[in-house]
Design a protein around this ligand. Sequence first.
Ligand code: ADP
Ligand code: MG
Length: 504
Amino acid sequence: MTYKPVIGLEIHAELSTKTKMFCDSLNDPNEKHPNINVCPICMGHPGTLPVINKEAVRKVVVAGLALNCKIAENTFFERKNYFYPDLPKGYQISQYQKPLCYEGYLELITKKKIRITRIHLEEDAGRLYHLPDKDYSLVDYNRAGVPLMELVTEPDFENGQEVREFSQELQLIWKYLGVSDANMEKGQMRVEVNISLTNPDGSWGTKVEVKNINSVKFASDAVNYEIKRQIELLEAGERVKHETRGWDETKKVTFSQRSKEEAHDYRYFPEPDLPPIRIANGRASTTPVGGPPLFFIDDIRDQLFELPQQRRDRFKKQYNLPDNDIDLFTVNKSLGDYFEHVASELLSFDKLGHLKRPDAGHQDKLFKLASNYLITELRRMCEEVSAESADTKITPEMFADLVVRVFHGEISSSGAQIVLKEMFSTGKNPGEIIREKDLEQISSVDELSIAVKMAVADNPKVVEEIRGGNDAPIKFLIGMVMKNTKGKANPQVVEEMLKEILKS
Ligand code: ADP
Ligand code: MG
């Protein structure tokens, strides 16, 4: 029997605003001291009144527009009532009936569309610390009242890989837009997966929810594990229980946390202390009916920056780099930005006519060279000292200068590595370093001719072998020339010269 997995996600992300959702306490995820960023409003003292953080609303609308959502023109907050020590007010201000964003989608690489049901805005709860050998728990309210968005998808996923790809892309989009830092280890982004298998008649089976997942990889592992577990249950003639399970990252298994047989009653009702939210179509220059709205949708749309997928497409078109390089420059945005600075320097070198022997496709070759040195050499050096490429002593102009010298054969690739290291630590120009260290490559046939002739004269046996039809030992002769020129000969030129001599 084949079972088709049906999987949907619920993703929470803390918004990176300066202050909390309904008060001016700081929203600082890095605050180490507990209960510092609190005030009577987020502590739920009687008689206090919440005020909507406009920036948080704007960020959710930005997230929604980037995910092809419709934006609710008229919406409001609601109270979700429940009793738990992490919730000082006894209710969470959330959205229920009318989320800010709805009916969006995100496309996977395979072009499959994952439908987004809704994105709504709410406030986060405090953080509880359960101490292993104590009969009490501690609570930190720094997080209570931090703006939180919840995104819910339709159950459109079929496996862990899709869940992983979607979550990673979402994370990247939110980082690009400055909506959320979306760091899963820090709990800024929390993924819950709902998994069921279809019944033999095609209808959906009982779903299991898996929580406490703190990396994208674990989300995909939990999905794959749960699919296997449920298939085994059904094959054994048992039924899948409707429950919430946790993910044990050491044992790589899900485990039962609580049964969900009875539904919670949160007694939702509209929040009486906050005004409704009105967002108007069009721009601020248009006159809306019914008084000034909080935002105009098109004003926000105008501020959307380039999204990761748009960047990938543009990099392909503009620089024709391999997909792996492009992906790295998309995920590591600052390295990609640095690459673009180098590329624009290379183009201006070219425009000024400073490139020798420009052939068809020479620009692509230059871009690829630059990309190689950035991804292998510069990235490694930066990682060693945990710096961003833009903060190093190597300016994009200097980097481009080096790339052109490699392209011109003025310096060998091993020489270029030495120059890069020196540029990185001293900030000197490549030209200066090449002169100082005497690294200039010899590419002139005239200058190399004696060394090449010597290598041929000194190794008659090898020469005989090559002339007899075995090309391999030519490497040995090149090596001899390199040795005699202290590594400065251009190996490609030497190879050409040797072939020419040995032909006759
Ligand atoms: P609940 O009322 O239990 O919270 P919702 O309808 O709000 O359920 O859906 C929550 C999440 O579960 C959504 O991401 C949705 O796509 C997913 N989901 C709904 N039904 C199923 C199912 N049968 N199998 C897997 N996921 C499902
Ligand atoms: Mg639900």
